[in-house]
Design a protein around this ligand. Structure first.
Ligand SMILES: Nc1ncnc2c1ncn2[C@@H]1O[C@H](COP(=O)(O)OP(=O)(O)OP(=O)(O)O)[C@@H](O)[C@H]1O
Length: 349
């Protein structure tokens, strides 16, 4: 569904490439965290997927299209398959909640009747019924991000890109937003999220792609935020004797301390998530919607099975989410986005 092949991105006037030889593939229905320190190249990856940038070398293919050969005039149609949310929400300040969500349908020429039906459905999905007439400044930060998410998904994109979507929100509100993104993913939408939020990455145990100075240093199924992949996994069976046992204990202690240091301020968020899990009566996560066409099935990374405990927080439970009925939105068919996944979406007006 999304493929990076040896992608290097060098911005004009810069010495060091923003991305260097990056290779990965994301399957339909995946939920992938992109992690890495500031400047490591996460946003550049998302911009390449949106075709806001093109690689200096290598290839980016999204939904079966090689984006280098995608004609400029076709880019707006291509982007209809991709929803985006950002840290700063990017709402239109003088438009109401309804108008903000409707706007993304108006620009693609959707009919008035369709908008009247689709917008309330999207707002209901994100839990904003009754707030249609509010202006953005009359909403909390979390509500504003919900509007942005409703706007991103109102035409049922196949891919949702989220660039630090919880970056401006408090831990409890961030948890709500993460639950919402996971629900959307459970309905079959592929989600790629760039984040610095260690607690969520650790809790959700999804696939983690880590960038460092533009290079991909980790692609881990069911990974945590901190890169512990270089730490050898020691098991008691492999070591005999009291001295060895003491050494193992010391190593595990260092791992725990390292994890605590990495988690840092995110511990509060982790506590909130844990509380949410405890009070939740939700069933196990829904299986990812089956592939509708030629894509490979979703990877095992999307199962609820936690990975082997080689991250410091491997014992934590993933966020458990209610099943979502994607017919709740029911917009894809009407927009012609449903079954011809690899076909270009033509103008609707
Ligand atoms: N338009 C641009 N022109 C020049 N350099 C850029 C441009 N956009 C990004 N860069 C550089 O590319 C590198 C990667 O930036 P990018 O925004 O992709 O990182 P990031 O991991 O998303 O960072 P953050 O977590 O701070 O958002 C950085 O060194 C940045 O300065």
């Amino acid at each position: 569904m999304i493929r990076f092949e040896n992608v290097t991105k060098r911005y004009r006037g810069t010495k060091r490439p923003a991305l260097s030889g990056v290779d990965f593939e994301v399957q339909r229905g995946d939920f992938v965290f992109l992690v890495g320190t500031s400047g490591s190249g996460k946003s550049s990856c998302l911009r390449l997927i949106l075709r806001e940038e093109i690689p200096t070398s290598g290839r980016v293919a999204v939904l079966g299209r090689d984006l280098r050969t995608l004609a400029n005039r076709k880019v707006p149609y291509f982007r209809r398959n991709i929803g985006s949310v950002f840290q700063d929400f990017r709402l239109l300040p003088s438009k109401t909640v309804f108008q903000n969500v409707a706007f993304s349908l108006q620009v693609i020429g959707a009919s008035r009747g369709f908008i009247q039906q689709a917008v309330p459905e999207a707002l209901a999905l994100v839990g904003l019924e009754g707030k249609e007439k509010r202006l953005p400044h009359e909403l909390s930060g979390g509500e504003q991000q919900r509007v942005a998410i409703a706007r991103a998904i109102v035409n049922r994109p196949q891919v949702l890109l989220a660039d630090e979507p919880t970056g401006n929100l408090d831990p409890a509100t961030s948890t709500d937003i993460m639950q919402l993104l996971a629900r959307i993913n459970a309905g079959g939408t592929t989600v790629l999220m760039a984040t610095h939020e260690a607690a969520f990455v650790d809790q959700m145990q999804r696939r983690v792609i880590e960038l460092r100075n533009g290079e991909m240093v980790r692609d881990e199924v069911g990974g945590g935020y901190g890169d512990t992949s270089h730490v050898p996994i020691l098991t008691p069976e492999a070591i005999r004797g009291a001295a060895a046992s003491a050494a193992l204990t010391a190593v595990l202690e260092v791992q725990r301390e390292t994890a605590a240091a990495i988690s840092g301020d995110s511990l509060a968020a982790a506590a909130v998530i844990a509380a949410a899990i405890e009070t939740s009566d939700a069933p196990a996560p829904a299986p990812v919607a089956p592939a509708a066409d030629d894509s490979a099935p979703a990877e095992a990374s999307d199962s609820a099975e936690p990975a082997a405990d080689h991250t410091a927080t491997g014992a934590q439970q993933p966020i458990v989410l209610p099943e979502v009925d994607i017919a709740e939105i029911g917009v894809a068919g009407r927009l012609g986005l449903e079954s011809n996944d690899d076909e270009e979406v033509g103008p609707t007006s």
